[in-house]
Ligand binder design. Structure first.
Ligand code: IPE
Ligand code: IPE
Ligand code: MG
Length: 260
């Protein structure tokens, strides 16, 4: 059983062998973790399966990692589930991803309620098919008063599209005289991003080894610690995640300043 600062009501049982993680410091866990869940297709290919089977297995990992984050007391978990560029994939794959997403949102409702998790979505929600928007709306409404953890799903999300949207919104307000262009600060910018009111991610994890950001949270990751693992998302585990958190805890974050 993982040791946590405060035992939470309704926490899930946790079967990780914690002897491996004796120097895990529960006092300095990151507040906000963001993950680029990559490698479902490669996982399937290695097993001669189709890509959709990889995505299905990937959804199981999502469940595992959400539970893990909730249990160790991470305040915000942001998962990159579908990018603005992912619309360019074959229609069949996009449709399968959307069905899996709707299914996941329905099957996880109880879990999120039991574990005091609030669901939120960031991205161009209006582009999602009606049945997915419906499932999202339902899960978000149902969990809106939960305060244990914020689970942010990035759906049809792109960092550049987010910047364009922010610039448009700010420009309209400036034109209407509601914002003085001379008083635009980064705070104003940040208040017009999907992540309004949220702290920036402390840690960004990418699975499957690619050393790139792929249009994720371009503004918000200015000083985020990055960790890339070769593990494919469907193979990603609680144990590896905890090792990454340990690694994070040994880093020195300087934010452009000196360390003393
Ligand atoms: C991540 O896995 C899931 C999504 C981007 C939706 P991929 O589907 O990108 O898997 P690879 O990168 O082809 O292995
Ligand atoms: C990033 O993965 C997007 C998501 C995980 C949703 P991709 O597989 O789309 O990124 P690239 O194409 O390797 O950059
Ligand atoms: Mg990929």
């Amino acid at each position: 059983m993982i040791y946590v600062k405060k035992k939470r009501k309704n926490s899930l049982s946790f079967n990780t062998d914690f002897s491996l993680h004796t120097d895990f410091d529960t006092a300095s866990i990151p507040s906000h973790v963001a993950i680029i869940m990559d490698g479902n297709g490669r996982w399937a290919k290695k097993r001669m399966l189709n890509r959709v089977q990889g995505h299905r297995k990937g959804a199981e990992t999502v469940r595992t990692i959400v539970e893990c984050c909730r249990e160790i007391g991470i305040s915000i978990l942001t998962l990159y589930a579908f990018s603005t560029e992912n619309w360019q994939r074959p229609k069949m794959e996009v449709a399968a991803l959307m069905s899996l997403l709707a299914k996941f949102l329905k099957s996880e409702q109880k879990n999120m309620l039991d574990n005091n998790i609030r669901l939120n979505a960031i991205g161009q929600i209006e582009r999602l098919p009606e049945h997915v928007r419906q499932a999202l709306h339902e899960a978000m409404t149902l969990t809106k008063n939960n305060e244990g953890m914020l689970f942010n799903l990035a759906l049809s999300y792109g960092g550049r599209a987010e910047i364009v949207r922010m610039v448009r919104d700010v420009a309209i307000k400036a034109k209407e005289g509601r914002i003085d262009p001379d008083s635009i600060t980064y705070e104003v910018v940040s208040d017009h991003l999907y992540t309004k009111g949220m702290p920036d991610p402390d840690l960004l994890v990418r699975t499957s080894g690619e050393m790139r950001i792929s249009n994720f949270l371009l503004c918000q990751i200015a000083y985020t610690e990055i960790f890339v693992t070769d593990t494919l998302w469907p193979d990603f585990s609680k144990e590896e995640f905890l090792r990454i958190l340990q690694n994070y805890q040994h880093r020195e974050r300087r934010f452009g300043s000196t360390n003393n």
